[in-house]
Design a protein around this ligand. Structure first.
Ligand code: AQP
Length: 329
């Protein structure tokens, strides 16, 4: 039997190689044998301030990126989170089952609240994981393909599903997270101790999926490297390890094999090779992206929202009943 799969990306900035290699690349494979649902999670994006016009533009752009990356609307359901109201309704119910301490323990929250202080961030950043749990549980999801930065949120989703089931009777499937191997966590090009991130302060942190060849070459040239000049794949060389992981994932070779190809050569040759591999991946991808019209993508999103909406509505009818809400006859 096909398994239900759910994942999403926030339209909160420029999608980067980390998002692609950690999440979207494995979606393309997984859609073949599973019942996949891929969402553009705009409700998550507004946990930090967004310009309304830009948010709308980015939402469309991400849907196009899904299609250009190989998500097939004939196989998978593509939709925008805010088009299915049940996400917020279930998130509220799950909020009431979540302990504040559980939310405050989340690394993403701790990182962001440390940076801006609790006075400087909105409550949505704290409660965001319960909305993510709702996204997943609403569709009886069995598998959630995500990057490693999301593992803690998946764990909380499992806890909340069990808590609801214990309290109100069996309702939710307990989902499993699925991480891609080397791509599980792509680190920043300017700082290999932190993940590559859309909201990074410097654009030299990431390669955006929309970067042109010149920008890619400039960013790779500037990427920080470790001491020494040898190209080796080792934990003691985190910057190089990260660059080799990117190289490996885009060329479908093992990182150790690539390191072997650069024996006796230095960083400059290696970086030229890496930039070439990235450009060779991005060029056809960007050509496909350019050819997808707004109209085409809106049709796909409308059909996706109808399908997801019908599943969500059925599930929420059962949830409301279990929780004890009076039916609206
Ligand atoms: N650096 C990364 N390496 C591997 N996977 C990553 N993902 C994100 N960054 C990396 C995965 O991409 C999917 C979508 O992420 P998201 O849009 O929900 O936002 P995020 O995880 O918070 O990613 P960003 O890019 O760092 O965004 P900001 O800066 O806005 O917080 C997820 O599956 C994620 O694991």
């Amino acid at each position: 039997m096909k398994k239900r799969l759910f994942s999403g990306v926030q339209p909160s900035g420029n999608l980067h190689l980390g998002n692609y290699l950690g999440a979207i690349k494995q979606w393309v494979e997984l859609q073949k044998d599973n019942e996949a649902m891929f969402c553009i999670v705009d409700l998550h994006a507004i946990t930090v301030p967004q310009d309304p016009a830009e948010l709308r533009k980015k939402t469309l752009e991400i849907a196009k990126i899904y299609l250009a990356a190989g998500i097939d609307p004939g196989k998978a359901t593509l939709f925008v989170q805010s088009h299915v109201k049940e996400h917020t309704e279930l998130a509220w119910i799950l909020n009431t089952l979540t302990k504040i301490a559980e939310l405050e323990r989340m690394t993403q929250f701790k990182d962001k609240s440390q940076k801006d202080g609790k006075e400087g961030i909105g409550a949505g950043l704290l409660t965001y994981p319960t909305l993510m749990a709702a996204d997943i549980l609403l569709y009886d999801t069995a598998v959630v393909p995500v990057g490693k930065d999301q593992s803690q949120h998946i764990e909380l989703t499992r806890t909340l599903a069990k808590r609801f089931n214990d309290r109100f009777g069996e309702m939710f499937v307990i989902p499993e997270g699925k991480l891609s191997k080397e791509g599980a966590l792509i680190m920043g090009l300017d700082d290999p101790t932190k993940k590559m991130s859309k909201s990074a302060t410097s654009e030299y942190n990431y390669i955006a999926l929309t970067d042109d060849a010149e920008t890619v070459k400039k960013k790779i040239k500037k990427a920080v490297t470790d001491s020494g000049s040898e190209i080796v794949y080792a934990d003691e060389k985190p910057a190089l390890k990260n660059l080799l992981n990117i190289y490996a994932l885009l060329s479908n070779k093992k990182p150790e094999v690539i390191a072997g190809e650069y024996v006796g050569k230095g960083y400059s040759d290696f970086k030229n090779g890496l930039a070439e591999v990235i450009v060779n991946f991005l060029a056809p991808f960007q050509a496909r992206l350019k050819n997808i019209s707004d109209e085409e993508v809106l049709v796909v999103l409308k059909a996706g929202a109808e399908k997801a909406g019908s599943l969500a509505e059925q599930k929420m009818r059962q949830v409301r009943e279990r929780v004890g809400f009076l039916a609206n006859y």
